[in-house]
Design a protein around this ligand. Sequence first.
Ligand code: MG
Length: 384
Amino acid sequence: MKIKCIRTHHLRDHLETPFGFSQWFYDTRNTLWVEIVAEDGTTGWGECYGPSEVYQAAITSFYAPRLMGQDALATDVLWHTMWRASLDFARGGIMMGAMSGIDMALWDLRGKTLGVSVSDLMGGRYVDQVPCYATGMYFKEMSEADLILSIVEEATCYEQQGFQALKIKVGKNLAFDIRQVEAMRKALPNMTMMADSNHAYDLPEAIQIGRVLSEHGFGWFEEPLSPEFENQFRQLQDKVDIPIATGECEQTRYGFQRLLSTGGVQIAQPDLAYCGGISEALKIRSLASSMGINVVPHCWGTMLNLAAATHFLASGYREPGRKEVAPSLLEYDRTPNALRDELFDVPVRVENGVAQVPTGPGLGVTVKEDAMKSFEVRETEVKA
Ligand code: MG
Protein backbone atom coordinates (compact mmCIF):
# COMPACT_ATOMS: atom_id res chain seq x y z
CA MET A 1 0.00 0.00 0.00
CA LYS A 2 1.99 2.97 -1.26
CA ILE A 3 1.54 6.68 -0.57
CA LYS A 4 0.12 8.32 -3.69
CA CYS A 5 -0.59 11.89 -2.63
CA ILE A 6 -0.19 14.26 0.33
CA ARG A 7 -2.35 17.37 0.59
CA THR A 8 -2.25 20.10 3.22
CA HIS A 9 -5.17 22.36 4.11
CA HIS A 10 -4.63 25.64 5.96
CA LEU A 11 -7.98 26.47 7.59
CA ARG A 12 -8.87 29.73 9.31
CA ASP A 13 -11.83 31.18 11.14
CA HIS A 14 -12.15 34.71 12.52
CA LEU A 15 -13.31 35.02 16.10
CA GLU A 16 -16.14 37.40 16.96
CA THR A 17 -14.59 38.10 20.37
CA PRO A 18 -10.83 37.80 20.87
CA PHE A 19 -9.66 35.95 23.96
CA GLY A 20 -6.27 35.76 25.59
CA PHE A 21 -3.94 34.11 28.04
CA SER A 22 -0.72 35.11 29.76
CA GLN A 23 1.19 35.63 26.49
CA TRP A 24 -1.17 37.04 23.83
CA PHE A 25 -4.71 37.32 22.48
CA TYR A 26 -6.28 35.19 19.71
CA ASP A 27 -8.45 36.87 17.08
CA THR A 28 -8.48 33.94 14.64
CA ARG A 29 -8.39 30.15 14.85
CA ASN A 30 -6.02 28.46 12.42
CA THR A 31 -5.11 24.87 11.79
CA LEU A 32 -3.06 22.90 9.31
CA TRP A 33 -4.56 19.57 8.30
CA VAL A 34 -2.62 16.86 6.50
CA GLU A 35 -4.44 14.51 4.12
CA ILE A 36 -2.54 11.42 2.96
CA VAL A 37 -3.97 9.30 0.15
CA ALA A 38 -2.84 5.72 -0.46
CA GLU A 39 -2.85 4.03 -3.84
CA ASP A 40 -6.20 2.31 -3.14
CA GLY A 41 -7.80 5.68 -2.32
CA THR A 42 -7.84 5.25 1.47
CA THR A 43 -7.28 8.63 3.12
CA GLY A 44 -5.79 9.49 6.49
CA TRP A 45 -6.12 12.85 8.25
CA GLY A 46 -3.76 14.55 10.71
CA GLU A 47 -3.29 17.93 12.32
CA CYS A 48 -0.34 20.15 13.25
CA TYR A 49 -0.34 22.39 16.34
CA GLY A 50 1.29 25.76 15.57
CA PRO A 51 1.83 28.20 12.68
CA SER A 52 -0.04 26.80 9.70
CA GLU A 53 1.79 28.65 6.92
CA VAL A 54 5.18 27.41 8.13
CA TYR A 55 3.91 23.86 8.52
CA GLN A 56 2.47 23.98 5.05
CA ALA A 57 5.86 24.89 3.58
CA ALA A 58 7.72 22.27 5.64
CA ILE A 59 5.39 19.46 4.58
CA THR A 60 4.90 20.47 0.96
CA SER A 61 8.49 21.29 0.10
CA PHE A 62 10.43 18.96 2.39
CA TYR A 63 8.68 15.92 3.86
CA ALA A 64 5.95 15.03 1.37
CA PRO A 65 8.27 14.51 -1.64
CA ARG A 66 10.37 12.11 0.48
CA LEU A 67 7.32 9.99 1.35
CA MET A 68 5.88 9.52 -2.14
CA GLY A 69 5.72 5.85 -3.12
CA GLN A 70 6.69 4.65 0.39
CA ASP A 71 4.74 2.00 2.33
CA ALA A 72 1.82 3.93 3.85
CA LEU A 73 1.39 1.42 6.71
CA ALA A 74 5.01 1.56 7.94
CA THR A 75 4.45 4.38 10.44
CA ASP A 76 7.63 3.83 12.43
CA VAL A 77 9.82 3.42 9.36
CA LEU A 78 8.41 6.60 7.84
CA TRP A 79 8.89 8.50 11.13
CA HIS A 80 12.57 7.64 11.19
CA THR A 81 12.93 8.40 7.48
CA MET A 82 11.66 11.92 8.21
CA TRP A 83 13.73 12.18 11.42
CA ARG A 84 17.01 11.33 9.69
CA ALA A 85 16.22 13.66 6.80
CA SER A 86 15.94 16.68 9.10
CA LEU A 87 17.99 15.76 12.18
CA ASP A 88 21.02 17.79 11.16
CA PHE A 89 19.16 21.08 11.25
CA ALA A 90 15.85 20.36 13.03
CA ARG A 91 15.91 18.10 16.06
CA GLY A 92 12.65 19.71 17.08
CA GLY A 93 10.52 22.79 16.59
CA ILE A 94 8.39 23.38 13.54
CA MET A 95 9.86 20.53 11.52
CA MET A 96 8.92 18.08 14.30
CA GLY A 97 5.46 19.63 14.44
CA ALA A 98 5.13 19.04 10.69
CA MET A 99 6.19 15.42 11.17
CA SER A 100 3.52 15.14 13.88
CA GLY A 101 0.65 15.99 11.52
CA ILE A 102 1.98 13.57 8.90
CA ASP A 103 2.39 10.83 11.50
CA MET A 104 -1.16 11.35 12.83
CA ALA A 105 -2.53 11.06 9.27
CA LEU A 106 -0.55 7.85 8.74
CA TRP A 107 -2.02 6.30 11.91
CA ASP A 108 -5.53 7.26 10.74
CA LEU A 109 -4.79 5.74 7.34
CA ARG A 110 -3.36 2.54 8.85
CA GLY A 111 -6.40 2.06 11.08
CA LYS A 112 -8.77 2.62 8.15
CA THR A 113 -6.83 0.17 5.98
CA LEU A 114 -6.84 -2.53 8.67
CA GLY A 115 -10.42 -1.76 9.80
CA VAL A 116 -9.49 -1.02 13.41
CA SER A 117 -9.36 2.09 15.58
CA VAL A 118 -6.18 3.92 16.55
CA SER A 119 -6.60 2.75 20.17
CA ASP A 120 -6.75 -0.84 18.87
CA LEU A 121 -3.49 -0.18 17.04
CA MET A 122 -2.02 1.23 20.26
CA GLY A 123 -2.67 -2.05 22.07
CA GLY A 124 -6.34 -1.85 23.05
CA ARG A 125 -8.59 0.21 25.28
CA TYR A 126 -8.63 0.07 29.09
CA VAL A 127 -11.79 2.18 29.01
CA ASP A 128 -14.50 3.09 26.49
CA GLN A 129 -15.14 6.51 28.03
CA VAL A 130 -12.72 9.20 29.16
CA PRO A 131 -13.75 11.98 31.58
CA CYS A 132 -12.90 15.45 30.27
CA TYR A 133 -11.83 18.66 31.87
CA ALA A 134 -13.11 21.87 30.33
CA THR A 135 -10.37 24.22 29.15
CA GLY A 136 -11.61 27.79 28.98
CA MET A 137 -11.82 30.77 31.32
CA TYR A 138 -9.49 32.76 29.06
CA PHE A 139 -8.90 36.47 29.55
CA LYS A 140 -11.02 39.09 27.79
CA GLU A 141 -10.69 42.84 27.29
CA MET A 142 -12.61 44.15 30.33
CA SER A 143 -11.88 45.34 33.85
CA GLU A 144 -10.31 42.78 36.16
CA ALA A 145 -13.33 42.82 38.46
CA ASP A 146 -15.67 42.11 35.54
CA LEU A 147 -13.29 39.49 34.18
CA ILE A 148 -13.38 37.50 37.41
CA LEU A 149 -17.20 37.61 37.38
CA SER A 150 -17.20 36.49 33.74
CA ILE A 151 -14.77 33.62 34.42
CA VAL A 152 -16.80 32.37 37.38
CA GLU A 153 -19.98 32.54 35.28
CA GLU A 154 -18.33 30.57 32.46
CA ALA A 155 -17.08 27.94 34.90
CA THR A 156 -20.55 27.61 36.43
CA CYS A 157 -21.92 26.85 32.94
CA TYR A 158 -19.44 23.99 32.56
CA GLU A 159 -20.53 22.61 35.92
CA GLN A 160 -24.16 22.75 34.76
CA GLN A 161 -23.16 20.89 31.57
CA GLY A 162 -21.86 18.03 33.71
CA PHE A 163 -18.12 18.71 33.78
CA GLN A 164 -16.52 17.67 37.04
CA ALA A 165 -13.15 19.19 36.19
CA LEU A 166 -11.90 22.35 34.52
CA LYS A 167 -8.75 24.39 33.99
CA ILE A 168 -8.31 28.14 34.41
CA LYS A 169 -5.68 30.48 33.04
CA VAL A 170 -3.35 32.26 35.42
CA GLY A 171 -0.25 34.33 34.71
CA LYS A 172 -1.96 37.68 34.08
CA ASN A 173 -0.51 39.27 37.20
CA LEU A 174 -0.09 37.82 40.67
CA ALA A 175 -2.73 39.94 42.40
CA PHE A 176 -5.35 39.07 39.78
CA ASP A 177 -4.35 35.41 39.72
CA ILE A 178 -4.78 35.05 43.48
CA ARG A 179 -8.15 36.83 43.46
CA GLN A 180 -9.32 34.62 40.61
CA VAL A 181 -8.26 31.39 42.36
CA GLU A 182 -10.06 32.43 45.54
CA ALA A 183 -13.23 33.39 43.65
CA MET A 184 -13.29 30.16 41.66
CA ARG A 185 -12.89 27.94 44.71
CA LYS A 186 -15.56 29.87 46.59
CA ALA A 187 -18.03 29.58 43.69
CA LEU A 188 -17.30 25.92 42.85
CA PRO A 189 -16.26 24.17 46.07
CA ASN A 190 -16.53 20.62 44.69
CA MET A 191 -15.02 21.12 41.22
CA THR A 192 -11.69 19.51 40.31
CA MET A 193 -9.65 22.49 39.14
CA MET A 194 -6.29 22.93 37.47
CA ALA A 195 -4.41 26.14 36.64
CA ASP A 196 -2.18 26.93 33.66
CA SER A 197 0.23 29.90 33.54
CA ASN A 198 1.69 29.16 30.07
CA HIS A 199 5.22 29.72 31.42
CA ALA A 200 4.43 33.18 32.78
CA TYR A 201 6.22 33.14 36.14
CA ASP A 202 9.74 33.35 37.45
CA LEU A 203 10.63 30.92 40.22
CA PRO A 204 9.72 33.10 43.25
CA GLU A 205 6.35 33.98 41.69
CA ALA A 206 5.67 30.35 40.80
CA ILE A 207 6.37 29.32 44.41
CA GLN A 208 3.98 32.00 45.67
CA ILE A 209 1.08 31.16 43.35
CA GLY A 210 1.79 27.44 43.67
CA ARG A 211 1.17 27.66 47.42
CA VAL A 212 -2.11 29.52 46.82
CA LEU A 213 -3.25 26.84 44.35
CA SER A 214 -2.32 24.13 46.83
CA GLU A 215 -4.27 25.85 49.64
CA HIS A 216 -7.33 25.92 47.39
CA GLY A 217 -7.09 22.26 46.45
CA PHE A 218 -6.09 22.61 42.80
CA GLY A 219 -5.21 19.37 41.03
CA TRP A 220 -2.15 20.47 39.10
CA PHE A 221 -0.09 23.57 38.28
CA GLU A 222 0.55 23.62 34.52
CA GLU A 223 3.53 25.27 32.82
CA PRO A 224 4.47 27.28 35.90
CA LEU A 225 7.92 28.08 34.46
CA SER A 226 9.63 28.56 31.11
CA PRO A 227 10.51 25.30 29.36
CA GLU A 228 14.01 26.74 28.96
CA PHE A 229 14.65 26.60 32.71
CA GLU A 230 14.28 22.87 33.24
CA ASN A 231 16.17 22.74 36.51
CA GLN A 232 13.82 25.25 38.15
CA PHE A 233 11.01 22.68 38.00
CA ARG A 234 12.65 20.56 40.68
CA GLN A 235 13.32 23.65 42.81
CA LEU A 236 9.64 24.61 42.53
CA GLN A 237 8.41 21.11 43.26
CA ASP A 238 10.48 20.99 46.46
CA LYS A 239 8.68 24.12 47.70
CA VAL A 240 5.02 23.52 46.78
CA ASP A 241 2.51 20.81 47.57
CA ILE A 242 0.79 20.49 44.17
CA PRO A 243 1.69 18.28 41.18
CA ILE A 244 3.56 20.07 38.39
CA ALA A 245 2.33 19.42 34.84
CA THR A 246 4.19 20.50 31.72
CA GLY A 247 5.37 19.43 28.28
CA GLU A 248 3.20 21.05 25.61
CA CYS A 249 6.31 22.93 24.35
CA GLU A 250 8.48 19.79 24.49
CA GLN A 251 9.02 17.23 21.76
CA THR A 252 10.40 13.73 21.21
CA ARG A 253 11.46 11.04 23.65
CA TYR A 254 14.85 12.79 23.83
CA GLY A 255 13.38 16.10 24.94
CA PHE A 256 11.11 14.45 27.50
CA GLN A 257 14.00 12.37 28.80
CA ARG A 258 15.81 15.59 29.70
CA LEU A 259 12.70 17.25 31.13
CA LEU A 260 11.43 14.34 33.21
CA SER A 261 14.91 13.48 34.51
CA THR A 262 14.85 16.74 36.48
CA GLY A 263 12.44 15.05 38.92
CA GLY A 264 10.35 18.21 39.01
CA VAL A 265 7.46 17.13 36.76
CA GLN A 266 4.68 14.75 37.84
CA ILE A 267 2.43 14.91 34.75
CA ALA A 268 3.88 14.92 31.22
CA GLN A 269 1.82 16.78 28.62
CA PRO A 270 3.03 16.20 25.06
CA ASP A 271 0.72 17.44 22.29
CA LEU A 272 0.18 14.68 19.73
CA ALA A 273 0.01 17.30 16.97
CA TYR A 274 3.43 18.72 17.92
CA CYS A 275 5.55 16.31 20.01
CA GLY A 276 6.41 14.04 17.07
CA GLY A 277 2.96 12.58 16.49
CA ILE A 278 1.29 9.46 17.78
CA SER A 279 4.36 7.32 17.09
CA GLU A 280 6.57 9.52 19.24
CA ALA A 281 3.93 10.07 21.94
CA LEU A 282 3.85 6.32 22.53
CA LYS A 283 7.63 6.33 23.01
CA ILE A 284 7.32 9.32 25.36
CA ARG A 285 4.72 7.34 27.31
CA SER A 286 7.06 4.36 27.63
CA LEU A 287 9.85 6.64 28.79
CA ALA A 288 7.58 8.36 31.34
CA SER A 289 6.23 5.02 32.51
CA SER A 290 9.76 3.88 33.30
CA MET A 291 9.98 6.84 35.71
CA GLY A 292 6.50 6.31 37.21
CA ILE A 293 5.13 9.42 35.49
CA ASN A 294 1.75 9.51 33.72
CA VAL A 295 1.20 11.19 30.36
CA VAL A 296 -1.88 13.37 29.90
CA PRO A 297 -1.74 15.00 26.45
CA HIS A 298 -2.08 18.69 25.84
CA CYS A 299 -4.92 19.05 23.34
CA TRP A 300 -5.77 22.22 21.48
CA GLY A 301 -7.19 22.34 17.98
CA THR A 302 -9.79 20.35 16.09
CA MET A 303 -11.46 16.95 16.39
CA LEU A 304 -8.46 15.25 14.76
CA ASN A 305 -6.17 16.04 17.68
CA LEU A 306 -9.00 15.47 20.17
CA ALA A 307 -9.68 12.02 18.71
CA ALA A 308 -5.96 11.18 18.80
CA ALA A 309 -5.72 12.25 22.45
CA THR A 310 -8.87 10.27 23.35
CA HIS A 311 -7.44 7.09 21.82
CA PHE A 312 -4.13 7.75 23.54
CA LEU A 313 -5.69 8.12 26.99
CA ALA A 314 -8.02 5.13 26.52
CA SER A 315 -5.07 2.91 25.63
CA GLY A 316 -2.76 4.14 28.39
CA TYR A 317 -1.76 2.09 31.41
CA ARG A 318 -1.86 4.40 34.41
CA GLU A 319 1.18 4.06 36.66
CA PRO A 320 1.57 2.50 39.15
CA GLY A 321 -1.69 0.62 38.57
CA ARG A 322 -4.42 -0.50 40.95
CA LYS A 323 -7.88 -2.03 40.75
CA GLU A 324 -9.77 1.21 41.30
CA VAL A 325 -7.60 3.45 39.19
CA ALA A 326 -8.31 7.18 38.96
CA PRO A 327 -8.89 8.00 35.28
CA SER A 328 -6.67 10.45 33.43
CA LEU A 329 -8.54 13.53 32.21
CA LEU A 330 -8.92 14.52 28.56
CA GLU A 331 -8.36 18.20 27.79
CA TYR A 332 -11.53 19.48 26.06
CA ASP A 333 -11.07 23.03 24.83
CA ARG A 334 -14.35 24.93 25.11
CA THR A 335 -13.24 28.24 23.54
CA PRO A 336 -14.98 29.13 20.26
CA ASN A 337 -13.65 27.11 17.32
CA ALA A 338 -15.71 26.49 14.19
CA LEU A 339 -12.85 24.38 12.80
CA ARG A 340 -13.44 21.93 15.65
CA ASP A 341 -17.22 22.13 15.86
CA GLU A 342 -18.48 22.49 12.26
CA LEU A 343 -16.23 20.33 10.10
CA PHE A 344 -16.96 16.77 11.23
CA ASP A 345 -19.81 14.44 10.29
CA VAL A 346 -18.67 12.08 13.02
CA PRO A 347 -17.04 13.99 15.91
CA VAL A 348 -15.75 12.77 19.25
CA ARG A 349 -19.00 12.58 21.26
CA VAL A 350 -18.82 14.35 24.62
CA GLU A 351 -21.84 14.27 26.95
CA ASN A 352 -21.99 15.31 30.60
CA GLY A 353 -18.27 15.99 30.49
CA VAL A 354 -17.39 12.47 29.35
CA ALA A 355 -15.94 11.57 25.93
CA GLN A 356 -16.84 8.33 24.17
CA VAL A 357 -13.77 6.75 22.67
CA PRO A 358 -14.40 6.57 18.90
CA THR A 359 -14.71 2.99 17.68
CA GLY A 360 -14.70 3.59 13.92
CA PRO A 361 -11.58 2.76 11.92
CA GLY A 362 -8.57 5.04 12.31
CA LEU A 363 -9.15 8.13 14.42
CA GLY A 364 -12.88 7.42 14.11
CA VAL A 365 -13.88 10.94 13.14
CA THR A 366 -15.04 11.96 9.66
CA VAL A 367 -14.16 15.24 7.97
CA LYS A 368 -16.86 17.22 6.11
CA GLU A 369 -14.74 18.00 3.08
CA ASP A 370 -17.27 20.33 1.45
CA ALA A 371 -17.62 22.43 4.61
CA MET A 372 -13.83 22.45 5.00
CA LYS A 373 -13.46 24.35 1.70
CA SER A 374 -15.28 27.38 3.09
CA PHE A 375 -12.57 27.82 5.76
CA GLU A 376 -9.64 27.01 3.49
CA VAL A 377 -6.95 29.68 3.06
CA ARG A 378 -4.67 27.54 0.91
CA GLU A 379 -4.38 23.94 -0.21
CA THR A 380 -1.20 22.24 -1.45
CA GLU A 381 -0.75 18.87 -3.12
CA VAL A 382 2.26 16.65 -3.75
CA LYS A 383 1.71 13.62 -5.98
CA ALA A 384 3.79 10.54 -6.71
MG1 MG B 1 -1.29 24.55 28.77
